[in-house]
Design a protein around this ligand. Structure first.
Ligand code: SF4
Length: 285
């Protein structure tokens, strides 16, 4: 039985820590590949960080994409031209008073499926619709979920229960390594910049701290978020057709350009709302 060792690389704090632990031999056996599923919408500092990771000449990093998520949203289609894949936008019929959130489909389509297709076709060499040779090849997939997010691992395990040819592994949880400990390790590994949290610039899973960070560190990315936020409410757009409620990327349900992002949120609120989760090719909440 051939074993393949693959890292889901989101290029955020946790998955970068794993990549560097493999690179330095702290984790073994060595991975064969790291896969970065690119939505085409990450902040510029994430792409710069990804380039830095690639410059280390460690295990090969495959950057793969099925399309630019924001463009597909604006045009009301998904990556295959079907109905659009929704992002977890906030909804309300009363601006300023959030009522709910729509279902998230973007992670599966633009990240999970991209990683799976890369493994099936590019790495294992299967043709479209060919059965996975589960008696010959098994994939050990490493996921950057830290000890403080252990609840997510249960959901990932459930998803993997339907994938007989792959086993999910959580080295950070096994070693009780938290996100804060990852940040310490990144410093110890000599990363010469702060590793940003990876997420699409318009991802609604963002705290005010993170909106301010985006505005101050990637003004172009922040403008892109404003553009997509407006597109979500433009009358006649497919993305909001048949919806009684309006969609917003900021949780206050105010247009992002006007949202009071200076408002402080407690750490408890931020973690409760899931803002510290890294959408790095993992299954969603
Ligand atoms: S970062 Fe947010 S918007 Fe982007 S794919 Fe993940 S959940 Fe969707």
């Amino acid at each position: 039985m051939k074993e393949l060792h693959i890292l889901n690389l989101g290029a955020g704090v946790q998955s970068t820590t794993l990549y560097l632990m493999f690179l330095r031999g702290v984790l073994q056996p060595q991975i064969d590949y790291a896969i970065f599923a690119d939505t085409g919408e990450e902040p510029t500092p994430v792409y710069r960080h990804l380039e830095w990771l690639q410059s280390l000449n460690g295990p090969r990093i495959l950057v793969r994409s099925i399309g630019r998520l924001g463009e597909d949203l604006k045009h009301g289609r998904n990556s295959t031209g079907q109905r659009f894949a929704s992002i977890p936008a906030y909804t309300t019929d009363e601006p300023g008073s959030p009522k709910g959130m729509i279902r998230r489909q973007c992670t599966k389509e633009y990240k999970l499926d991209v990683i799976e297709q890369t493994i099936r076709h590019e790495i294992v060499g299967l043709k479209p619709r060919q059965w996975f040779p589960r008696d010959e090849v098994h994939v050990r997939q490493y996921l950057g979920i830290s000890f403080d997010e252990a609840g997510r691992a249960a959901r990932v395990r459930l998803r993997f229960a339907e994938v007989p040819w792959a086993t999910p592994l959580f080295p950070l949880i096994e070693r009780q390594i938290t996100r804060a400990m990852c940040q310490q390790r990144l410093k110890a590994f000599g990363v010469p910049h702060e590793v940003p949290r990876s997420a699409c610039v318009f991802c609604p899973y963002r705290s005010n701290d993170e909106w301010r960070w985006l505005r101050d560190n990637d003004p172009t990315g922040f403008q892109r978020a404003v553009e997509i936020d407006v597109a979500l409410r433009t009358p006649g757009n497919v993305v909001n057709r048949n919806l009684d409620q309006k969609l917003y990327v900021h949780r206050s349900c105010v247009p992002l350009a006007e949202a009071f992002i200076e408002k402080k949120e407690s750490f408890r609120d931020q973690t409760f709302m899931g803002f510290y989760q890294e959408c790095n090719g993992l299954c969603g909440n």
